[in-house]
Design a protein around this ligand. Structure first.
Ligand SMILES: [Zn+2]
Length: 66
């Protein structure tokens, strides 16, 4: 898995502190990419991708019908 940092023109709420950010922590595994909004520095270091990904997958499963 590749882990990196990316920025976007789109601002979202940081998952750690809740303030707007245009920086994202980026995880890439084969052809799937997960980007999580987080400020550089402390917020970036505190991102818990395992917890966030588990929650995201649960939401996705609930939204898939049939
Ligand atoms: Zn933050």
């Amino acid at each position: 898995m590749q882990i990196g940092f990316s920025s976007s023109s789109e601002s979202k709420n940081c998952v750690i502190c809740g303030k707007k950010t245009s920086h994202y922590k980026r995880y890439e595994q084969s052809n799937m990419v997960i980007t999580i909004p987080a400020h550089a520095g402390d917020c970036y270091d505190q991102v818990d991708v395992k917890r966030l990904a588990t929650r995201a997958l649960t939401d996705i499963k609930q939204n898939i019908k049939g």
